[in-house]
Design a protein around this ligand. Structure first.
Ligand code: BGP
Length: 480
């Protein structure tokens, strides 16, 4: 397939990860526990993420989420980065674990050992001309801020976050240009525990009140990060990060079209409108009124949000979503992150995530039409069960097919006039899954010999997709 010169010269090809799913070494280097450290893997995890009223009493002894070990990037980063360099990565997205820098979250001074660790990682990336792309907060709130402060519901957390971003911008000002504030900020609408640091509340009304209050604090915090980041690193680019799932109406019945539009406004555009336009969108007023939500704000909050919008939008894209106002007569798409109804035109992954490459082109066009700021696809990929063959190879053709179609859709969007900065596929090296807390849902070009029962050597092996992606980068997306 030829896609000659569809991708710009400086396109940031690479892969994406998050500290809690990658590093392990949970108790090393002075790191404190964070929210991800105390979430167990398997069925119990999904309940904790989504079930209202889960009695959240973290017990670090009882809960053993595999991120205690994850894939041990903390000790093996040199080997892993050398493999990324071999694939020709131009960029590597990683997150900084807040609790490595501020172990409890509310200290005055940062933990030097934590600062030093990321210096070593960034130096290693720079050695190979790989641009670090840093998520400031990726589902990793220090546990103390969760248990003692109630997470982002508490306005005091803004101050702690301000200290954290000041410390990391200052430390890494000569090494990191690309930053993003909160991973998948809008995901709190379905699972607040990961990003806002509290379990879904039993009473839906109280839950929504808490979520939107948490959002407001994060919006203020994000604007402060943009302000401080630009002061300390004038050439920095600081983005927001959302999970984008275009919402399709089930059919052309006007009620269904309106229903899909409203769900899209709330899930896809509420957070980005505030982050990019610097204003709460007018559609939210009616929603707040009908749901009895009153967001407490302080003087100067709205001015700050207006003055310091983000520079670009980073997005994760895994699936589209189909909605119908009355869902009583249709099958639901229960595997999707936000369920909706089953789309009869789409296949799904082994975990029920509906696969829709055209949806990625639609997403990019929709976002660019609305905001006219650069877009960065920082997550996309296929979670699958991989098999090591008798000869030691891993033939993940299904992953290559998935990625080829999605990258091609980005090429189409670029030809449509959309400004796309780069593509970092999710889990470029196998790591722990965020939703299942297990190793068996694999995304990587690099296989890691580690299994859900705790067995495995952690040995790294190249999958068939490794050479394929290397070629994609080498030809700047011409050969897919
Ligand atoms: C996103 C998260 C990632 C990641 C990815 C894949 O929602 O930002 O942390 O894990 O999804 O999801 P999962 O690991 O659940 O398959």
């Amino acid at each position: 397939m030829s896609n000659q010169q569809r991708f710009p010269e400086q396109f940031l090809w690479g892969g994406a990860t998050a500290a809690n799913q990658l590093e392990g070494a949970t108790n090393e280097g002075g790191k404190g526990p964070n929210i991800a450290d105390v979430l167990p893997g398997g069925k119990q995890r999904i309940q904790i993420l989504t079930q209202p009223g889960f009695d959240f009493k973290p017990d670090t002894e009882k809960y053993h989420y595999p991120n205690h070990e994850a894939i041990d990037f903390y000790h093996r980063y040199k080997e892993d980065i050398a493999l990324f360099a071999e694939m020709g990565f131009k960029a590597f997205r990683l997150s900084i674990a807040w609790s490595r820098i501020f172990p409890k979250g509310d200290e005055e001074e940062p933990n030097q050992e934590g600062i030093d660790f990321y210096h070593r990682v960034f130096d290693e990336l720079i050695k190979y001309n790989i641009e670090p792309v840093v998520t400031i907060s990726h589902y990793e709130m220090p546990l103390h801020l969760v248990t003692e402060y109630g997470g982002w519901r508490n306005r005091k957390v803004i101050k702690f976050f301000e200290r954290y971003v000041t410390a990391i911008f200052t430390a890494y000002k000569d090494k990191v240009k690309y930053w993003m504030t909160f991973n998948e900020i809008n995901s709190a609408l379905v699972m607040p525990i990961m990003s806002l640091g509290f379990s879904k509340l039993e009473d839906p009304k109280a839950n929504e009140q808490a979520v939107f209050q948490g959002f407001h604090h994060q919006f203020v915090a994000s604007s402060l990060a943009t302000k401080i980041g630009h002061e300390i690193i004038p050439e920095s680019e600081i983005g927001c990060m959302i999970i984008y799932t275009p919402v399709y109406p089930y059919d052309c019945h006007p009620d269904n079209v309106l229903d899909a539009l409203e769900k899209e406004q709330l899930f896809n555009y509420f957070c980005t409108d505030v982050h990019v336009r610097g204003e709460y969108p007018s559609f939210i007023n009616r929603y707040f009124k009908e749901h009895g939500i009153e967001v407490a704000m302080e003087d100067g909050d709205l001015e700050l949000i207006k003055e310091y919008p983000v520079d670009y939008i980073a997005l994760s894209y895994y699936m589209s979503r189909t909605e119908k106002a009355d869902q009583s007569d249709v099958e639901t798409a229960s595997g999707n992150i936000v369920s909706g109804v089953k789309n009869p035109h789409l296949e799904a992954s082994d975990w029920g995530w509906e696969i829709d490459p055209v949806g990625l082109r639609i997403s990019l066009k929709q976002l660019y039409d609305r905001y006219q700021v650069p877009l960065f696809v920082v997550e996309n990929g296929l979670g699958a069960y991989d098999k090591v063959e008798a000869d030691g190879t891993i033939q993940d053709d299904y992953r290559i097919d998935y990625l080829r179609e999605h990258i091609s859709a980005i090429g189409d969007a670029i030809e449509d006039g959309v400004d796309v900065m780069g593509y970092t596929s999710w889990g470029c090296i196998d790591l722990v899954s965020a939703s299942t807390g297990e190793y068996s849902k694999r995304y990587g070009f690099i296989y890691v010999d580690k299994h859900d029962d705790g067995s495995g050597t952690m040995e790294r092996k190249k999958k068939a997709s490794f050479d394929w992606y290397k070629k994609v980068i080498e030809t700047n997306g011409e050969e897919l």
